[in-house]
Ligand binder design. Sequence first.
Ligand code: URA
Length: 196
Amino acid sequence: MDGLAVVECERCPELCESRSRIVNGTGPDDADLLFVGEAPGEHEDDGGEPFVGRSGTVLDDALREHALEREAVRITNCVRCRPPENRDPHKGELANCRGYLEREISRVNPELVVTLGKVPTEHLLERDAAVTKEAGTIEDARLDGTPHRVLICVHPAATLYDASQQETFESTIATAAEIAGVTENDGSGQSRLDGF
Ligand code: URA
């Protein structure tokens, strides 16, 4: 690991085969909000950046709605290499990548970690989660030896196939923005990034 970026890793033989590159987190290394997704997909593997496909557009739109730009937040994944056929990461792969994620969270030390979907929620909280039901709730998790506040959120992709998840997603992002001290978009098109 070089700073917050993993430069070289060969821990997961299958992922080494399926990836084009390691996709590290993006955004400030002192961000107040740190979003954690599952794993890079095809677009992320191509572009080398988390959440740049359709899910990324949903996330960007929701952030903007609450006066947050992508550049003001940190965005990362549980696993940094694209799984074959975009399958869920296996337990062993999550475990192999966990140290990188915990180190990233502890170095950024955000006000709030936001888990996007079931995989990151269960991975960081180390328990089963009913994400749709629990979305918007905050729980403490000890990561890299330090307690962090974790806000549970549905995955942005869920809003693409289930419209009822849209409201849950947006209200959770609103909670995140509020906690980070960002005020609502006033319609002027200006992002006001108090505290960033
Ligand atoms: N893109 C990512 O980077 N992570 C996800 O979980 C989904 C899409």
